[in-house]
Design a protein around this ligand. Structure first.
Ligand code: EPZ
Length: 417
């Protein structure tokens, strides 16, 4: 098993290379199945969730090829059956293949999706959307089967915003017969990037930034070449790491517009930043004040994915930071581990209070991707040496995380046994 050993107390300084966005590229990979030509994704992050999705595409019959950081996918034909494929159970985005397979073949079978354990994560909204488009959905003991012949455009109103269900509905509707209107959609940047990507494949999709998406179904889509956008959550994670150790970090190709909520919180901590072109310059030397209250929310609110990294940084701030998690029911595994490091944190239902703490190195275990990154952030700020176990969670979504930390001045070793 792999783990990281981190010696705290060294600031981070230098240029951060922002990877391609995990949550944007996974739906694009699923969308490649909608048609038979080559899809070329430039700047694709080399992370384990992408490799899992690549494996699923191969099982479906796609040919894939890497050339440096470009991933090519060609799915000339597919049998649409992933019911026996255990890899589907390793990531949440595998469920998006159901929408694509319905659009391509009129049927699809997948094993139940997995993903980080951060709450219940049901699939009812995905199923509701696909049913509304005309698919028959059956849950088997181990997975989900969908049949439709051809899908028909319709009006769907989501009772709750869901990034994945919005993406699945869009994927299924782009090749459906007639017009589909989706109301109550999530408008996260990753949904918007999927729509831009689909337009580059010839789809007719509009309105995605407003939460009401209109799709005119097309008989056939075509291949495309597309640059994967920078990862706003990875960038926010680096920002919180810089804040925790009072570093000065420069972010090239920073998705500044998509980072407004986290930059606002950073500013309240005392962080200073300026933007020149597409570079974000940050200076954390005056970071020090607790942020009284932060609530996670859908975009453009403060992202749930940055809740744990924020709490790790908050443990170094004077005063009490209160964070309310509103998206997932149980995204606090990292806080329980931070307490082992000496964090003065209190979990009350969905609300966490974090006081300034004297963090001390110890052995902690990552329980999910962003929580794992938060433990690394805390370790950078802690006294002594911390060992973070189960780093496979971190490697699901962060590309060359320890390598980049080391380049920025952190003392981090990868231990493999
Ligand atoms: C996406 O997950 C992201 N994952 C998550 O990032 C992110 O935390 C989340 O959106 C919210 O922004 C990917 O894009 C691969 P949701 P998703 O459906 O689509 C409930 C990371 O760390 N819900 O928007 O699964 C659900 O339980 C990951 O990179 C239903 O009730 O999230 C949650 O409370 C973790 N029924 C809320 O909606 C459903 O059918 C929002 O979830 C679907 C969701």
């Amino acid at each position: 098993m792999k783990r990281y050993r981190i010696t705290g107390g060294y600031p981070l300084d230098g240029e951060v290379r922002i990877q391609g966005s995990k949550n944007a590229v996974l739906p694009m990979m699923a969308a490649a199945v909608l048609q038979e030509e080559t899809v070329e994704l430039k700047g694709c992050p080399k992370i384990s969730d992408v490799f899992c999705m690549e494996k699923l595409l191969q099982v479906l019959g796609a040919e894939t090829e890497w050339e440096r950081d470009t991933l090519r996918i060609r799915c000339r034909r597919t049998d649409g059956d992933l019911s026996e494929e255990k890899t589907a159970g390793k990531l949440r985005s595998s469920i998006l293949l159901l929408g694509s397979l319905l659009g391509r073949n009129g049927y699809g079978k997948i094993r139940s999706p997995g993903g980080c354990t951060i709450g219940r994560r049901p699939t009812d909204l995905h199923e509701m959307a696909l049913r509304s488009l005309g698919a028959g959905i059956t849950r088997t003991g181990t997975g989900i089967t969908a049949y439709a012949g051809r899908l028909s455009g319709t009006h769907i109103r989501f009772p709750k915003k869901s990034v994945g269900a919005t993406e699945n509905a869009i994927l299924a509707a782009v090749c459906a017969e007639g017009t589909t209107v989706l109301d109550g959609c999530a408008a996260e940047p990753e949904v918007q990037w999927l729509c831009r990507f689909l337009r580059s494949m010839g789809a007719s999709v509009e309105g995605e930034a407003s939460g009401c998406v209109m799709i005119r179904g097309r008989k056939k889509l075509h291949g495309t070449t597309f640059c994967v956008p920078p990862d706003r959550i990875a960038a926010g994670t680096w920002l919180m790491a810089g804040a925790a150790v009072r570093g000065n970090l420069e972010f090239r190709r920073a998705p500044v517009k998509e980072m407004q909520a986290v930059l606002e919180v950073y500013r309240k901590m005392g962080g200073q930043y300026r933007v020149a072109g597409d570079t974000l310059f940050t200076d954390s030397s005056r970071v020090g004040k607790a942020v009284p209250y932060v609530e996670t929310a859908g975009y453009p609110g403060f992202p749930t994915d940055l809740q744990s990294p924020l709490l790790a940084a908050a443990s170094t701030l004077s005063g009490r930071t209160i964070v309310r998690e509103t998206v997932f029911e149980d995204r606090f595994a990292a806080v329980r581990e931070l307490i082992k490091m000496g964090a003065r944190a209190e979990i009350r239902g969905p609300v966490i209070g974090m006081e300034k703490s004297r963090l001390k190195g110890t052995r902690v275990t990552a329980g999910d991707l962003r929580g794992g990154a938060a433990l690394v952030i805390a370790a950078l700020a802690a006294e002594g040496s911390t060992e973070v176990e189960q780093v496979q969670y971190i490697e699901r979504g962060y590309e060359l995380f320890p390598e980049q930390l080391e380049r920025l001045g952190a003392r981090i070793h990868i231990i493999e046994e």
